[in-house]
Write a new protein. Sequence first.
Length: 110
Amino acid sequence: MGSIGIMLIVYGVVSLVTSSMWAPLEKIAEWIATITTLIAVFFTVVSIYFPINVRKPDPLSLYFTAPIVIIAVFVAVVYTLYSRTVLPVHLVSGFAILGLSGALFRILSR
């Protein structure tokens, strides 16, 4: 997934600097970014249940927050794949920020 992110960043920078876009990639770039972001958030949230963690997860995260995010991501992926539409950027960014903040919350000491 990291390589897909790198490729999308490089393409974004090149198209920004050159002010030109490649039509075939433009059609699928946002869709690929959406699905990859949601899958990455899913795996980040599911990792709370892996036996090896830097710190033990809080009960609130373990039994409330993580299951809600897992269900929401699953619904978003199914909706995106079924409807073949791209989710709004702010929705995908919200999922990404939520996944990153959860991961940071677990790895940083309190």
